[in-house]
Design a protein around this ligand. Sequence first.
Ligand code: ADE
Length: 247
Amino acid sequence: MNFTVLTIFPEMMDAFWQNGMIKRAIENKIIAGSSVNIRDFANGKHRATDDKPYGGGSGMVMKPEPLTYAIKKVREDNPDSKVISLSPQGKSLNKEIVRQLSHEKGLIFVCGRYEGLDERIYPLIDEEISIGDYVLTGGELAAMVVIDSVARFVPGVLGSFDSAENDTFENSLVEHAHYTRPPEFNGAKVPDVLLSGNHKKIDEWRLETSLKRTFLKRPDLLEKRIFSDQEKEILKSWCKNIEKIIE
Ligand code: ADE
């Protein structure tokens, strides 16, 4: 899968491409990631990428020519890629959109700055995405959020594809509690079951902590869940215990 980010601040993206899982996935050729400087497509002495809005008002607007040329060039090189602009006006990113995007051959991200893009750029945009109801100073951070969440679904990016499937939200449960070494820290011990080597018991414990954490942190997620028989048993056992405590 090919990710291309059109930005006037390509340096902002460098740390993203050059660290962690994303760096490894690029090195292993599982994904490709690159930035394109919109300014390289701007003309004139100052190579301006923004200008004052017609009709007056505050802020600046991204000029149509540099972005149009940049999008067309990148699209020529990646004809099957989808063009996404990042903006607070877009569709709110969620797990369904992330999964859907992970099936695309390539994604081209247009990072706006200032007040937004000249309206004449929009015919080149396939989809507009927001990462939440707040306003950032530019689309770069949003592009990183989208790429990071999408890349995790590209087979081979994570250690095992399983990990993305088991994530919080994928099955409407918050993830179970995690522990690593040391076995005791500041007086707090790792639960014995995790050291037992009994994988059936470990799975049961994980499911129970996952249910408990969902119940406490994100009860709204439980409303969407179709419970398995095992989960129903766990929930019933809580009820029995609560009845005992109340009595
Ligand atoms: N650009 C500015 N704010 C944004 C947001 N909330 N989501 C995506 N892109 C943005």
